[in-house]
Design a binder for this molecule. Sequence first.
Ligand code: ZN
Length: 83
Amino acid sequence: MPDHRKIVLNQMRPLIHKRDGNRCVYCGRGGLLVLDHDLPRSRGGLDVAENLITACTECNSSKGAKTGEEYREWRRERGLASP
Ligand SMILES: [Zn+2]
């Protein structure tokens, strides 16, 4: 990833986490959190606040290339808890 992009994301990270209450938006857990793209970058999602959300590492890796809505549906189908 280009350094410029990394710098921008690192600057946005605390703001996005704070906006989301320092919890994973999908499962509600705190702890180790990462920035996730609602619309994945592989599907044209941008590095803008509106498309960035707080996720735990587990949800982030399970979500893969799904959109946030697709991943919520995926969790519902498996009976996984949501906040
Ligand atoms: Zn989670």
